[in-house]
Design a binder for this molecule. Structure first.
Ligand SMILES: NC(=O)c1ccc[n+]([C@@H]2O[C@H](COP(=O)([O-])OP(=O)(O)OC[C@H]3O[C@@H](n4cnc5c(N)ncnc54)[C@H](OP(=O)(O)O)[C@@H]3O)[C@@H](O)[C@H]2O)c1
Length: 280
């Protein structure tokens, strides 16, 4: 398992999703972003994660078109994810948001479309819209983001389609064991956002010690740990050397003991918002 950068996990509806990809949060429209996504495609990444709220869809779309051409690959070889923002949650508004995001990216379909946050009282209607998009063949897979177990339970009471993915904050200080177990039991693939804790774990002594043992860097250790824990991961970098570094994790395996050492660093510590207390 996880021997190659382009290895995929099969979601519960049969769609293959790369285990590894690039995220583009906090990168503005423009050449830095276009280049980052193109570097990623050039170096073998096949999965790109964006969202309407990132406000950078046009550059991501440009990079996808140019990157595919330069790498000589087709749209079907890429896996593109986007997310509906909170202000668009609702049946008609979510359908409209999907079309607008597609148009901004210049694509015909997304591989994965997610509800970005579980806004109380709004996510069920939005889910119905995602089900409509899915059943009409407009999107390959649908899922959620930042859903806790109780949100998933509530959603699934009325859902016709079980989410294929739940993308949550996940790193060595926030391992979300309960969410992961629930997702495993229901065939929902867990995906990590801010896997590197936005760069805040680079000097962690235990991670540094483990990194030295394997002749790897701390980001490489964390990203390998994600995969060995069965979690899809999408680290963000705009720098070519780091884009290469982050994906150079398919030539080693962490031992069970080292996996446990990293698992035990959990402090239930979030750097992003708590999904149960969102005011946006
Ligand atoms: N669903 C959600 O609510 C949600 C929320 C947040 C993020 N996300 C998604 O998850 C993706 C990843 O999360 P993130 O961007 O928040 O954080 P991240 O991937 O944990 O960390 C990104 C930060 O780490 C730095 N970095 C990357 N590789 C490095 C390396 N090898 N060595 C040293 N520093 C390195 C980057 O700087 P440089 O760019 O300068 O290299 C950047 O500052 C996002 O881009 C987005 O697509 C989703």
């Amino acid at each position: 398992m996880n021997k190659y950068l382009q290895d995929t996990v099969t979601l519960h509806n049969g769609v293959n999703m790369p285990w590894f990809g690039i995220g583009v949060f906090k990168v503005e429209e423009g050449p830095e972003l276009v280049n980052a996504v193109k570097f990623a495609i050039k170096h073998g990444y096949r999965s790109i994660d964006t969202a309407a709220i990132y406000g950078n869809e046009e550059s991501v779309g440009q990079a996808i078109r140019e990157g595919m051409k330069e790498a000589g690959i087709s749209r079907e070889e890429l896996f593109v994810t986007s997310k509906v923002w909170n202000s668009d949650l609702g049946y008609e508004t979510t359908l409209a948001a999907y079309d607008l995001t597609l148009k901004k990216l210049g694509l015909d379909y997304f591989d994965l479309y997610l509800i970005h946050w579980p806004v109380e009282g709004k996510y069920k209607e939005a889910w119905q819209a995602l089900e409509t998009l899915y059943m009409h063949g407009k999107v390959k897979a649908i899922g959620v983001s930042n859903f806790q177990v109780h949100h998933l339970e509530d959603l699934m009471k009325d859902a016709e389609v079980i989410p294929m993915v739940n993308q949550v904050e996940y790193h060595p200080k926030l391992t979300q064991k309960g969410v992961q177990l629930y997702c495993q039991e229901h065939g929902i693939q867990l995906e990590a956002w801010s896997p590197l804790m936005q760069g805040q774990l680079l000097d962690h002594p235990v991670l540094k010690e483990i990194a030295d043992q394997y002749n790897k860097t701390v980001p490489q250790i964390i990203l390998r740990w994600d995969l060995q824990n069965g979690v899809v991961t999408i680290p963000k970098s705009t720098k070519e050397h780091r884009i290469v570094e982050n994906s150079s994790i398919f030539d080693f395996t962490l031992t069970v003991d080292d996996m446990e050492r990293i698992n035990s660093l959990n402090e239930n510590h979030r750097i992003g918002p708590d999904p149960d207390n969102i005011d946006f």
